[in-house]
Design a protein around this ligand. Sequence first.
Ligand code: HEC
Ligand code: HEC
Length: 221
Amino acid sequence: MNKKCLSRLGLLVGISLVAFGALAQQGDAERGQAAAATCTACHQAYGSGMNVPNGESWPRLAGLNADYIAKQLHDFQAGQRQNATMATFANMLDDQQIADVAEYYSQMPLTLGQGGDQADEALLARGQQLAERGDWNAYIVSCQSCHGPGGTGVGSTFPGVASQHAGYISAQLKAWKTETRSNDPQNLMGAIAKRMSDNDIQAVSAWYATQSGSAEQETAQ
Ligand code: HEC
Ligand code: HEC
């Protein structure tokens, strides 16, 4: 075989490996349900998660984009997103199981956010301002410029934040501030979170928790 042939063969093998890789990542919701048996203790049967005041809140996974979910699980495994609880559970999954659970949760109907109902009007108003208009004096871009109108998410890059739990949203903003979460390649969230005061974080978290997005179902218990 001459050199040209060899390199063509190499290319072919390369292409089929990539194709196989893409196939292996295809998630299956039914298999995902089995792989998610250990997840329901925290993320609940309907993927609703739970707001845990003064503790570690469990995010709603129901209705999140499948590629976004898969990326987060890979990032927990790689330590680019640090959380002791989730590292343990992410490490139990192989690549196929990650694709499967991601597909499984992405197909669930959205559930309602918790933890925003105690917020007073002033706090909610500040949260709404940050979400919809930002605060140019503090160089904070509106959340919806990336997370979409209503904060319901855009594609696999910008996750839905409306109807997520307040405790979880504020924990993430604090994680970006302290750089324990830095898995966003452009570090867009790091730049934003660092400009937010604790009051701003509380405000926008409460606001998004009260926004139903397109939640149709009561939060499952
Ligand atoms: C003991 C409780 C617990 C269990 C069990 C658990 N998780 Fe989590 N999960 C958490 C917590 C807490 C977080 C938030 C971590 C953080 O703050 O970064 C989280 C975050 C996540 C996220 C990120 C969500 C987002 O919006 O970015 C995904 C995806 C996830 N978990 C999937 C799973 C899967 C799949 C399983 C089962 C294999 C599982 N979890 C089991 C507690 C748990
Ligand atoms: C310039 C674009 C941009 C803006 C503006 C922005 N975000 Fe984000 N946000 C992102 C990206 C990208 C991610 C996903 C990061 C990753 O992949 O880990 C993200 C993720 C998040 C998450 C994590 C969701 C989850 O399920 O874990 C929260 C919470 C969040 N943003 C809240 C906000 C809030 C609140 C604001 C407004 C104050 C805001 N974002 C403004 C780009 C943006």
